[in-house]
Every structure is written in C-alpha cells, then in structure tokens.
Write a protein that binds this ligand. Structure first.
Ligand code: NOJ
Length: 575
C-alpha cells in the first residue's frame, strides 16, 4: 500500500468512545455532567487509548428522548455548558491526538422546535413542508413503529390543522421532509457549522428513516433519482468542507442493504457503519458457546471499498437489539443473558450491560472484549464498558444503561459532588455499584478490566491488519472456536477465541505464508512462528512453531483467546 492510498484515513484504526455528556463528569456540582467535566477527563480517555470521542446529542432539548429530540440544531444544551466549553473540549482532545464527532440527528426534530411549532400553526406556514403531512386517515402502521411500548402508529393527527404528520420514532419527534430542498440546505448548513466549530464528522442517527422520504410526492423527489444520490451529495458536500471528516451511520439493516449505504462497490456514501449483524450474532454465538453464527456473519459481511469501514461494538446506548435474529435465536439469547422480562425491552432487545449478562465471569467478559477488538473494523466503546459497569434495571427502558460514570467508590460515584438524589440519573446499585466498580480502584489494580482494555486498545492500534486488512475465517473442527486471520501487507495475525467453558486444542492451516518486510515471498513457512501479542504466558516465549504446510495447533483455555502475530523470520515489527 502506498501513502497516497492510505494516509489520512484515521478512522481505519481508530478507537471510538461514545459518551453521554450529562452522565460522564459533573464539573460544577449541579448533578449534571457537563462539557467542562468531560474536558477534564480527556487525559483519562487518552490513556485508555481512545482516538475519537463520539458525543451523544448535546443540543438544546426538552429531553423526552434523552437529547435525540432537538429544538435547535446550532445550540448547546445550557445544562451542559456553551459553545466555548465545547470548543475547549475539542481543542483539549485534539491536543491529545483525539478527534471529536457528534450525533447528527436530522431524521426529525422535537415538536418544540420552532420549525414544527410554525408548521403546525397553519397549513400556510412557510415551514409546513419541512415536515411530512397527509390529509387522509393513515392505514394501520403499528408494525412500523420503532417504540411499540409508546406508539401505535407512525402518523399522528395534528388537531389544529386536521392533518397527520409522520414520525417514525415518538410522536414528539416529527420527521423532517428531506425531499424539500430547503430542509436539505438546513441540514447542510448545520453540518457546515459544526465542522467549522471543529468536529471531525458525525454519527448519523437513523439513516434509513432519514432517507426514506415517505409520504412525499414524486415531483418533489425529481432532483434525486433515489435517496442514495442525496446521501452521496451530502457526503461530497462534507468532504469539500472538511476532507477528513466522517459519517458513521446507524443503519440496522441486512448486509446487502447496508452495502448500498456505503455507496455499493464505488463507495462515496457513508464512511462507516455499525455492524449490527455481527453484534447480534456475537451474542447468539456466546449464548450457544458455538462460534459458527459469528463465523457465518463474518463470511456474509460484504467487502467495502478501502475508504469505508465497519464499526464494531458489543454495547451501545440503546437497547441491545436482537431484531435481526430469528424469533427462536432471539429467545436463545434472552434465555442466556436476560430471561427475566424486566431485562427485556420492546420485545426485541435487552437493557443490560455486558458484565452482568456474562454473570460477572471475568473470562467471558474479557473474551467478549477481545472479540470486539479483533473482529475486523473500528471498535466503538460505550462509556463505562472499560471498567465493566452494570445497568440499573429499575430505570425506564434504555435509561438502564445510561447511569453516571463510576469514577470513585463514593455514593455519587465521583461523578458529581452533588448528593445521589440530586444526580441526573441514579447511580447503579448492588454488585456493580461504585463501591465495587470504579475507575480509581481499577487504575491501581494491574489485573483490572480497565488495564486489560487499555492493553487491547494499544495492541489494536499497533496491528494495522485489524483495521486495514482483509480477513479470512479459517476452517477447523472445533465448533466453539472462531479462528480468523487478518492481513495487511507484511502484518498478519491469527485471532482465536474459544466460546466454550471447556479447554480445547484447535488445529488449523493458515493459508498463504506471510510476506517478509520487503514483500519477499520465498522461504514459505520456514522459520515462521506465532507470537503471542497480549501476552498470556500460555504460549512459548519464542513463539508457536508453524509446520511447513502452514499447519498449527493452538491450545486454548475455557473462554480463552489469543492474538497471535504470524511472524516472518525477517520481520522487524515491534511485536
Ligand atoms: C437512534 C438513537 O440511537 C436512539 O437513542 C434514538 O431514540 C432514536 N434514534 C431516535 O433519534
């Protein structure tokens, strides 16, 4: 690979960290996390190995969807600080080599946004067409609602004007009409504004809904033959304003459709997309202690152009959705990780974090995060994962996983100097409460999850093959083991993960020998060894020998894993 192909694609080997500003760190003692507090914790994140901060919505909001209901696309929620605090945060992060991206929520606004207030005041409002209206009573759309516990239809009657407006999410989040060129201009202006402020791109909320343009007559659509043309134009616009900015899209669709949101074989649309399919199959595989669902998902995953990237994750701020599994598969995951109905939400997901789902078993928790960092793509961590925070099942729905960050053992978790009852959200209690799980304690403990995840971020960043490379899922006869090989130029790695509680020995053939440092291919497998990158102490210090035909045997403990560099004898990589 030449520098002209690879330089500047910082997201290919990034470590993204999603943070909810209001629950991360409170600098002024009012019980609400703020931008100044987050800026104070940038060094902590830099030490963890984070290279890109993803800020959940920080815009002015009535707070009926935790900030995803916005009243001003240009503002900063005054509870969190102001534009000056945001710029300080971005500057501090940049100083530590860290970029900042933020949620771009343009599928809808809050119903308290001035545009919607005007739009619903009269059919003649200049903002009427900013939203999608219908005059005929809607058909049954109960199957299309995203939050079935709250909504029965994606259309709500506006009493005053006697028409129905579209909202895929809550009724207080009317969908914007992207077919309207004025709306598209407003979206572009908001993007342009935040890029000037210093953001390096956006996590784009609800992309397929945003582009669906439902309810709009074809005349207005004429400018774009299909929604992908519009997405392509938007991406181009962003690229002109800021060449290295990214669009990380939320597109929870089958792989074939996801590929279209990358722009198909040519690219040019979203830069990155969360891999929901892989995430869901990871849980299915963990539940079954059988790696085959995971292997199948990896094999099915379409190849992207080099400028695009998959974002891998095992937890985010929403329900842990299992909607792309079959009913019986989903039930298997529920049975394994959240059998009690209080742990489930919307009939499709779980409101739990990883450690409680794994019954607190450190081997399984580490296995999960080892997978996260070796599944090809760019890993995304959700705040608190690095210390193994749990959830608060008493909190409503998805709020269960949006509890204050646990910095110390005190009752307000070191998140705030305000007393617990004055915090923006209740601190998690019980065995995952701050007295048991907190940053301060784990920083002092060499064997902590925090230390382990820091090691993973470091190794991930040192292994270009994980972010950049191509991968192969290797065949073998041990169903509980996922074995995959990632290769990029002369860097090649074997990752093996045993999803079963039983120790196993996996025998496999590695395929082509690795290249030497100058690209040499002679020598075959002679002198090649597998070097433990973590290192576990389970393998010989001078490496596991590889046979002349590329065959190798790797023992793995129950829930064991290994990152093994396939090392050419002349290789001079650090590890
Ligand atoms: C997806 C976000 O992740 C979720 O939290 C939000 O409720 C919906 N989009 C609506 O914006």
């Amino acid at each position: 690979m030449r520098i002209t192909d690879t330089s500047d694609l910082w997201w290919k080997t990034g470590v993204i960290y999603c943070v909810d500003v209001e629950t991360f760190f409170d600098s002024d003692g009012d019980g609400i996390g703020d931008l100044a507090g987050l800026a104070q914790r940038v060094d902590y994140l830099a030490e963890l190995g984070v290279t890109c901060l993803w800020l959940m919505p920080f815009y002015p909001t009535p707070g009926r969807d935790d900030g995803y209901d916005i009243t001003d696309f240009y503002g900063v929620d005054h509870r969190l600080g102001h534009h000056g605090d945001l710029v300080e945060l971005i500057r501090t992060a940049r100083d530590r080599g860290m970029r900042v991206i933020a949620d771009l929520v343009v599928n809808h606004t809050s119903d308290r946004h001035p545009w919607f207030k005007s739009a619903r005041s009269s059919k003649d409002s200049p903002y009427r067409d900013f939203y999608v209206w219908r005059s005929e009573p809607p058909p049954d759309t109960s199957r299309e609602v995203v939050f079935p516990d709250q909504e029965q239809s994606i259309w709500t009657l506006d009493e005053k004007t006697g028409e129905w407006y579209l909202h895929h999410f809550y009724r207080h989040q009317p969908d914007l009409n992207v077919a309207n060129p004025q709306v598209r201009d407003e979206i572009a202006k908001a993007i342009g504004f935040w890029l000037e402020v210093g953001l390096s791109g956006f996590r784009v909320d609800a992309v397929p809904y945003f582009l669906s343009m439902l309810g709009v007559d074809s005349k207005e659509l004429a400018e774009f033959a299909n929604p992908h043309e519009y997405l392509r134009a938007l991406t181009k616009f962003m690229g002109r304003r800021c060449g290295d900015a990214v669009l990380l899209g939320e597109v929870n669709l089958p792989y074939k459709e996801q590929l279209e949101y990358f722009g198909g074989a040519e690219g040019g649309e979203l830069t990155m997309m969360f891999d929901f399919i892989l995430m869901q199959n990871t849980y299915l595989a963990m539940a079954r202690q059988d790696a085959r669902p995971l292997a199948r998902a990896l094999k099915d995953r379409p190849q992207t152009t080099p400028d695009c990237q998959w974002a891998t994750f095992v937890r985010n701020h929403d329900e842990l959705t299992l909607d792309k599994l079959s009913d019986s598969e989903r039930q298997e995951v529920f049975d394994a990780f959240g059998a009690d109905p209080s742990m489930q939400v919307y009939g499709r997901g779980l409101k739990r974090r990883v450690p409680p789902m794994m019954d607190g078993d450190p081997r399984r928790i580490r296995l999960m995060y080892s997978l996260l960092f070796t599944l090809p793509g760019t890993p995304v961590l959700y705040y608190g994962e690095e210390i193994g925070m749990g959830e608060n099942l008493e909190a409503e729905g998805r709020m269960a996983v949006r509890t204050p960050m646990q910095w110390t053992a005190d009752a307000s978790a070191g998140f705030s100097t305000a007393p617990p009852h004055r915090l923006v959200a209740r601190v998690t209690g019980g065995g995952y409460g701050p007295e048991h799980v907190n940053v301060a304690g784990q920083r002092r403990d060499q064997g902590s999850l925090l230390r382990f995840i820091t090691l993973l971020t470091q190794r991930y960043r040192e292994c270009p093959e994980l972010g950049w490379g191509h991968y192969e899922v290797l065949s073998h006869r041990t169903p509980s083991v996922l074995a995959h090989r990632c290769t990029w130029d002369d860097a090649s790695m074997l990752a093996v993960h045993n999803l079963s509680s039983e120790a196993v020995t996996v025998s496999l053939v590695l395929g082509d020998p690795p290249l030497g440092p100058s690209g040499e291919t002679d020598g075959g497998w002679r002198g090649v060894v597998l070097v433990d990158l973590l290192p576990s102490g389970d393998y010989p210090e001078d490496g596991i020998p590889v046979a002349d035909d590329g065959a190798v045997t790797v023992p793995l403990a129950g829930y064991g894993y290994a990152w093994l560099r396939i090392q050419h004898p002349a290789q001079r990589r650090l590890i």
